[in-house]
Design a protein around this ligand. Structure first.
Ligand code: G3H
Ligand code: ZN
Length: 280
């Protein structure tokens, strides 16, 4: 069933589990993610990133996610990920997304607050959830580490007081796009943030988080854990393997359906780490 982000994270963030949020890029990986969530009886968040929106378009992305959600045996959120453009956010709301992230992490504090407040005001009118970011998670690619800004607990508190978002993304040591599990989470900072601000927290760049830390963080005040890169990696690796083993294969449906099994397996693994199995 199709649900909002707020209804899922409000329950999860104070409990000993977190809701997995997976980036979708195509129809096939979206199907594979929902399949994994159903097999584990876990709620799940499907996220369309800016690259997915470029590839699919907002309305097709919304159609895919909402159609899968409405037919799913578990609660599913259709979420717009990392939108920096207000126009894109409003189009996503119109297209039927049940949750949006306004990413003002590159903006000065006051501008981030003002734009987030506007998004919250419009979203509330339509019953849509809002996530925003304070601090900056950044990317792990070369030369980009310098852009990471760890979240200051007092700034997070002030930001939440002013915006009243439904979920707050914080930078606590992860980075987007990490290919290995080598992120070093600043758990002391996490403790300070959750003492300063009572809101479901969101962890970005979670492909780079070691398995045991994912479990640890899911028991803290994180309600939503964003995972993208690792799913792309296992999907493409499985395609490569299938083509090597069956060079005569000509049917793209067979290829993609078979490769999608790698996505479902990884989704189930991450769900078990986040302790969200059996919560739906
Ligand atoms: O918003 C998306 C996530 O933060 C995904 O990060 O691709 O590093 O797992 P990741
Ligand atoms: Zn992210």
């Amino acid at each position: 069933m199709l649900v909002t982000l707020k209804e899922l994270v409000q329950v999860a963030y104070k409990s000993d589990y977190a809701i997995p949020a997976f980036n979708i890029h195509t129809y096939e990986d979206a199907v594979a993610i929902v399949k994994g969530a159903e097999e584990m009886r876990s709620p799940v968040i499907l996220m369309a990133s800016p690259s997915a929106i470029r590839h699919l378009g907002i309305r097709i992305a919304a159609c895919i996610m909402n159609e899968l959600a409405e037919n799913a045996k578990v609660p599913v959120v259709s979420h717009l990920d990392h939108a920096t453009d207000l126009d894109v956010i409003f189009k996503a709301m119109k297209a039927g997304f049940t949750s949006v992230m306004f990413d003002g992490s590159n903006l000065p504090f006051d501008e981030n607050v003002e734009k987030t407040k506007l998004v919250v005001k419009v979203a509330r009118a339509f019953g849509i959830s809002v996530e925003a970011e304070i601090g900056r998670v950044g990317r792990s690619e070369e030369g980009e580490e310098a852009t990471q800004i760890l979240t200051e607990p007092d700034v997070a508190r002030k930001f939440f007081e002013l915006t009243q978002v439904d979920a707050l993304a914080v930078a606590v040591g992860t980075a987007h796009g990490m290919q290995k599990q080598e992120a070093q989470i600043d758990f002391e900072r996490v403790q300070q943030i959750q003492s300063a601000v009572d809101v479901p927290l969101v962890l970005h760049g979670s492909s780079g988080v070691p398995d045991e830390d994912l479990t640890k963080i899911s028991k803290m005040n994180f309600g939503k854990i964003n995972i993208g890169t690792v799913l792309k990696t296992v999907y493409v690796e499985r395609i490569r393997k299938i083509l090597q083993e069956q060079p005569q294969l000509k049917d793209q449906i067979k290829l993609l359906e078979e490769a999608s099994k790698a996505v479902t397996e990884m989704v189930k693994h991450k769900i078990s780490l986040l302790n969200s199995a059996g919560r739906a």
